[in-house]
Design a protein around this ligand. Structure first.
Ligand code: MV4
Length: 483
C-alpha cells in the first residue's frame, strides 16, 4: 500500500496547479487551500477538494497551525509546500512530522542548516565544495569585521546570514565605506529576517549564476539533473532561466556536477534541492547557497532531463528509491523559461493588477505554459507579480531562441502591462543569442530596449477585415470558387 494517497497543497498560483497535475498523474487525491481573494483560482477548481482560509490574505498560506489542522481534518497523508511561503520553514516541516503528516521536502535539519547561509558554507566546505574566502562565524564587532574585510581585500560583500533576495546585502568597494555599509546591512537583516547576523566574503564581479538540480532519496542515491543558468535577473528576481547553460565550459560543468552530488551524498540530503554557484570570468566556481525546495525554474530541467521533478519528489517523500541511475539520464536539447509578470518594465517594473481581457496563449511543438491565468482572471495585488512561465525547447540553442521568438510573438495577454515585450526584445539581442550574459546583463541592456509592442490583435483584426473584403468581392462578382 502506498503511504501517500492524499496531498494538501500549501501554496497558490501556478505552482499549486503544477502540484495538482502531478497528483492526478500519480492518482493521488489533491487538496487545495485558498485565501478569500483566491476563490476563483484555477488550482482550486482543478484540485479534488478545497478549503478556504479566512482572514489576512498573505497569512492564509503561512498559517501553519490552520493548514495542518485542515490537512488532518481532510485526512491528508502529506503536505506539499511548493516554493516560497512555508517551503523553507524547518519548524513547519517538523510540525508536519509531529502531527503524523509527511512533509514533501527535505529533512527539517537540512532546511535549517541551509537557511543559515554561513553555516551552509562551512558545511559545504567540509565536504569539498569550493567557497569564497570570508568569515566562518558571525562578526558583531564592526572594527573586527573591518579588519577581516581588509585582510580579504576589497571589494567585499556583506550578506545577511539568514537572508535572501538581496536583502541585507551590501557590496563594499573601499575601507572608508565599510562602517556605514556594515550598519545598514545589519539593520536591514534584523528588519527583514528578525536576525541581524551578517557575514563577509570576497566579492566576485559580474559572475554567472549557475545552479545544479539535485534529486536524492532516503537511501543515499543522489542524482543530478543538470544545471540552469539563471544569470538573467533584475534585483535578484530571476527573469529568464536556461538549461543547459549555453557557454559553460564542459570541464567546469562536470566539476559542478561532481562536487554537488558528492556533497549532497556526504551530507545525507534527501528530496530535491538546488546547489547555487557563482562562476567568474576565469571559470572559477564558488558555492553560494543551497535551496531546499522545488524552484520556480524547475520546468527547464524537467524538459531537458525527462524527469518529472514534482512527481519524483512526492515518491521520494513516501520512501521510494530513485528508479534511475545517473547514466540513464540523457540530457537533450535546450530549454528556456520566461517568467511572465504583471508589471510595467517601462515604469521601473511597477507591479500591475487588473483583469485579463484577451488571452491567446502560445502552443505547438516544444512549448509549455505553466500558468494559472485565463480570460477573466483578476491579478490580485497581494501576492507576487508572476502570473505564469513560458518554457520553450529545441534540440540546439539557436533552435530554442527561434522557438522562443515564435512563442513570445504568439502570446496575446491584454488587460494590464506585462513583461512579454521585454522578453521579445531580449531574444533578439545579439549578446543573448551569443549566450553572452552575466548577472549584470539586464541592468546593462535595459536602455537599449524600446519596449514598444506591436499590437498583435490590431494586426489580426486588420487581416480579418481584408479577408472579409476579399470575400465580399468574390460574392459581388458572383465568381465561382473551385476547390
Ligand atoms: C555574491 C555576488 C558576488 N560575490 N557573492 C545575490 C543574491 C544571493 N543569492 C547572492 N548574490 C550574489 N552574491 C559574492 N561573494 C553576486 C551576487 C549577485 C547575484 C547572484 C546570483 C544571481 C544574481 C545576482 C545579482 C547580483 C549579485
Amino acid at each position: 500500500m502506498k503511504k501517500i494517497s492524499k496531498v494538501l497543497i500549501a501554496n497558490r498560483g501556478e505552482i499549486a496547479l503544477r502540484i495538482v497535475r502531478a497528483c492526478k498523474e500519480l492518482e493521488i487525491t489533491s487538496v487545495a487551500i485558498f485565501s478569500e481573494i483566491d476563490v476563483e483560482g484555477l488550482w482550486v477548481r482543478k484540485a479534488d477538494e478545497c478549503y478556504p482560509i479566512m482572514g489576512d490574505l498573505i497569512q492564509a498560506y503561512l498559517n501553519y497551525e490552520v493548514i495542518i489542522s485542515i490537512a488532518k481534518k481532510a485526512n491528508c497523508d502529506a503536505i506539499h509546500p511548493g516554493y516560497g511561503f512555508l517551503s523553507e520553514n524547518a519548524d513547519f516541516a517538523r510540525a508536519c512530522e509531529e502531527n503524523g503528516i509527511i512533509f514533501i521536502g527535505p529533512k527539517p535539519e537540512h532546511i535549517a542548516l541551509f537557511g543559515d547561509k554561513m553555516a551552509s558554507k562551512v558545511a559545504m566546505k567540509k565536504v569539498g565544495v569550493p567557497v569564497l574566502e570570508g568569515t566562518d562565524e558571525p562578526v558583531e564587532d564592526k572594527n573586527e569585521a573591518k579588519k577581516i574585510a581588509a585582510q580579504i581585500g576589497f571589494p567585499i560583500i556583506i550578506k545577511a546570514a539568514f537572508g535572501g533576495g538581496g536583502r541585507g546585502m551590501r557590496i563594499v568597494r573601499a575601507e572608508k565605506e565599510f562602517d556605514s555599509m556594515f550598519e545598514s546591512a545589519t539593520n536591514e537583516a534584523l528588519k527583514y529576517f528578525g536576525n541581524g547576523q551578517v557575514f563577509i566574503e570576497k566579492y566576485v564581479e559580474n559572475p554567472r549564476h549557475i545552479e545544479i538540480q539535485i534529486i536524492a532519496d532516503k537511501y543515499g542515491n543522489v542524482v543530478h539533473l543538470g544545471e540552469r543558468d539563471c544569470s538573467i535577473q533584475r534585483r535578484h528576481q530571476k527573469v529568464i532561466e536556461i538549461s543547459p547553460s549555453p557557454r559553460l565550459n564542459d570541464n567546469t560543468r562536470k566539476e559542478l556536477y561532481r562536487i554537488s552530488t558528492k556533497a549532497m551524498f556526504k551530507l545525507g540530503y534527501e528530496s530535491v534541492g538546488t546547489v547555487e554557484f557563482l562562476v567568474d570570468d576565469n571559470d572559477n566556481i564558488y558555492f553560494i547557497e543551497m535551496n531546499t525546495r522545488v524552484q520556480v525554474e524547475h520546468p527547464v530541467t524537467e524538459i531537458t532531463s525527462g524527469v518529472d521533478i514534482i512527481q519524483r519528489m512526492i515518491e521520494i517523500a513516501e520512501g521510494d528509491k530513485i528508479k534511475f541511475l545517473q547514466e540513464e539520464i540523457v540530457f537533450r536539447g535546450y530549454a528556456i523559461e520566461f517568467r511572465i509578470n504583471a508589471e510595467n518594465p517601462q515604469k521601473g517594473f511597477m507591479p500591475s493588477t487588473g483583469t485579463i481581457k484577451t488571452y491567446l496563449t502560445p502552443n505547438g511543438p516544444g512549448v509549455r505554459l505553466d500558468s494559472c491565468a485565463y480570460t477573466g482572471y483578476k491579478v490580485p495585488a497581494n501576492y507576487d507579480s508572476m502570473i505564469g512561465k513560458l518554457i520553450v525547447w529545441a534540440l540546439d540553442w539557436n533552435g530554442a531562441v527561434r522557438k522562443a521568438k515564435r512563442a513570445l510573438d504568439e502570446f496575446v495577454l491584454e488587460g494590464f502591462p506585462t513583461n512579454i515585450q521585454l522578453h521579445r526584445e531580449i531574444v533578439r539581442d545579439e549578446d543573448f543569442i551569443a549566450g553572452k550574459f552575466t548577472t549584470n546583463y539586464l541592468d546593462k541592456k535595459m536602455d537599449l530596449f524600446t519596449l514598444h509592442a506591436k499590437d498583435h490583435l490590431l494586426e489580426e483584426e486588420q487581416k480579418i477585415a481584408s479577408i472579409m473584403k476579399l470575400l465580399d468581392n468574390i460574392k459581388a462578382k458572383n465568381l465561382k470558387v473551385k476547390h
